[in-house]
Design a protein around this ligand. Structure first.
Ligand code: MTE
Ligand code: MO
Length: 331
């Protein structure tokens, strides 16, 4: 695991950790970024940012090069969670309900070949292989906070691009108001699909304007590598201002609809989990407070808790999506 120096809020990789391989891939990603017109930052700033993820690259899975994101709010300065923690403390109920179950059980997931069907209210429906999805837009690195409804949080350098790029490709009809995400439910490879925990497949949904928000990420990797299976390989959603459960893993279908999708958690316990699920310290879960959170990796149970921020700290970017809405009612 990489060591960091620098200020607490702005970790810098040690120079010794920037390997020749990382330098080579930086250059390759830069050329790719230049070719698509995405590299606007100065070379120095760019190299420093990407080095952050490169230095942490655990060397366990295939590398996935990316340019640093320039989307506003996409690069939080919090220290990233250790890869070991981010890949061993997971929610992925298809593989069990204990936090260490997914890391133990998800090896049975078959991620190749994989495709995502896009259907419903769009002009250009179709089936996209992961290889094609990877080429659809420039891969960016984005360091996001993710907060679980259970009261813990992590900071993860993701690799992906705005879901908006895929939405632009399929061209929603004027009648499309929502986007539903259907994830894999395969009893043969997912031991808890069929168990009476949730109504499978695990379904999530966003309003179309939320799905189009530049922060909404279609993620293929983390820490400079492809996604580990327990984190939702080969493709997942990351919606950083919402509770973690909105970030559907191992997506197989994206459907554009007129009506609000019936999501798995709303179906399971509508009084506890709402469709919007915006992180909100002022609206408690019926069984516990949402005012504070525990950052995974920060000193165990005795570490002081952090204050949970409205919209998980992304209010400046997303609050206007909910102007005029009663967020107690639409929780
Ligand atoms: N298919 C599927 N996606 C899922 C879940 C799940 O059980 N199944 N759990 C959600 C919850 S509750 C959280 S907090 C995040 C956790 O993502 P992470 O393990 O990468 O931190 O995944 C979300 N996506
Ligand atoms: Mo969660």
């Amino acid at each position: 695991m990489a060591m960091f120096h620098g200020t607490r809020d702005f970790p810098q990789p040690l120079p010794s950790e920037i390997t020749p391989r990382a330098v080579y891939e930086n250059r390759r990603a830069l050329l790719r970024g230049l070719a698509t017109g995405a590299a606007g930052a100065t070379l120095a700033a760019w190299a420093g940012r990407t080095a952050l993820a490169q230095a942490q690259r655990p060397g366990k899975l295939a590398p996935l090069a990316a340019v640093p994101s320039r989307v506003s709010g996409a690069m939080v300065l919090d220290k990233p969670t250790r890869y070991q923690d981010a890949t061993s403390y997971n929610n992925f109920y298809e593989f069990g309900t204990d936090k260490d179950d997914p890391a133990r059980n998800a090896h049975t997931l078959r991620i190749s070949p994989w495709s995502v069907e896009v259907e419903g209210l769009v002009h250009k429906p179709g089936r996209f292989g992961v290889e094609d999805l990877l080429k659809l837009s420039t891969l960016e690195e984005r360091v996001y906070r993710l907060r679980c409804v259970e009261g813990w949080s992590m900071v993860i350098p993701w690799v992906g691009y705005s879901l908006a790029a895929l939405i632009a490709r399929v061209q929603p009809l004027g009648s499309a108001k929502y986007v539903e995400f259907v994830t894999l439910a395969d009893k043969a490879t997912m031991p808890f699909v069929g168990a009476r925990i949730l109504d499978w497949p695990y379904l999530e949904g966003l309003r179309l304007d939320e799905a189009l928000h530049p922060l909404t990420l279609l993620a293929f990797g983390m820490y400079g590598e492809v996604l580990p299976k327990q984190n939702g390989a080969p493709v997942r959603l990351v919606v950083p201002w919402k509770y973690g459960f909105k970030s559907a893993k191992s997506i197989v279908k994206i459907r554009f609809t007129e009506r609000e999708p019936a999501t798995a958690w709303v179906k399971a316990a509508p009084q506890e989990y709402g469709f919007y699920a915006n992180v909100n310290p002022d609206v408690d879960h019926p069984r516990w407070s949402q005012a504070t959170e525990r950052r995974i990796g920060e000193g165990g149970l005795f570490a002081p808790k952090r204050k949970t921020l409205p919209f998980n700290g992304y209010a400046e970017q997303v609050a206007q999506l909910y102007a005029g809405m009663d967020l107690r009612r639409f929780f």
